[in-house]
Design a protein around this ligand. Sequence first.
Ligand code: ASP
Ligand code: MG
Length: 425
Amino acid sequence: MNVYKFGGASVKDADGVKNLFKIINTQRENLIIVVSAMGKMTDAFEVLCNAYFNKTGGTGEALQHIKEFHRQIICELFGEKSGEVEAACDKLYAELQRILDGEPSLSYDYEYDQIISFGELLSTTIVAAYLERQGRKAKFIDIRKCLITDQNYRNACVNMELSQQLCQRTFTFQDTFMYITQGFIAGTTTNQTTTLGREGSDYTAALLANLLDAEEVTIWKDVPGIMNADPKLYENTEIINKLSYKEAIELSNCGAKVIHPKTIKPLQNKGIPLYVRSFLYPESHGSVIRELDEKLKLPPIYIDKGNQLLLTLSPRDFSFIAEEKLSHIFATLAKYRLRLNLIQISAISFSFCIDLNESIFNPFISELQKEFEVLYNKNVRMLTIRHYTEEAIERMTAGKKIYVEQRSRLTARFVIADDIQTAKN
Ligand code: ASP
Ligand code: MG
């Protein structure tokens, strides 16, 4: 059994859905198709959710935009015969409307998951209907019934044991050899909807593969495979044909966008290979991430993570940055759900980089200021060069203002001023 994951970019319009059909139509093995929300719909649902939760008005327009986007795709895919799929979508819109007509609870994260999940519910409803119309029926599964998590909304943690039982009971392949289901979303034991973190559909595909002992997972993307740099930012990028799990987890942790960082563990644990292939050129091989015996000689890999916040904290009384102070800093980071991208420590200061999140910036800084003197720099990016060469470092950092520099055996990292929108590689 294989798992195919199609992200938002692969189903951003009617042609994308037709292309998905062409790709799955060549499959002869048992298959689970995991689909994300179409195009940029998750962002659109975030706008809707914010308008609803903050009562700022504009829910009507936001919802209209979402409906219009899907209507256009349905219209191109089904023409006159769109009655049934439109009715199915209308049912989802009615459910969504019931939420929007009510008062929001006090938990933003809870409301977020209840609303945002409609992106995936709509996309899978439309894709499933289209496959059926093309004569390739895939059984529709509401993943919220079998991928069970805790109630940590927006970043829920999966109960693997319970999910395994439920998934094995659901994906039996007895009366079908193809299923379609949602990425990114899940459910609790009390039937609440949860999500696994933005861009989490890759993770869903990996979880299902683990729970059901799949042979392989393929993520269909708009890039030809795993590249040594983001082709949207750099010229002369090259494709990396194979990578070990370890290398892949390091890369995604440094901010490589090609796969979600949580994706690797469930696959590594069961030795399931992950293919990254282009939905634009489905005949080409792409890249594979798997257990590798041989040591690979890899070219320098560049990961450019923008929108960073660099902070330096120093205790006000000139005392050392000792464990107690550090644990206080870590607790504050955890409270705001911030992930450290880089840390540097000295006797009386602690510097670190996190993703800049304006919505919590002020309260977060104020809290730190209670105990520390806080210096920060908002306009920075973090450049990682894995498998660096001196030449690569020289070329990438020449003339740049460098705030922090770190080198280990394999990785060089730089926090630099944010002025390299179109750096040349
Ligand atoms: N639709 C979700 C998002 O955009 C999940 C995903 O695409 O993987 O974050
Ligand atoms: Mg998406």
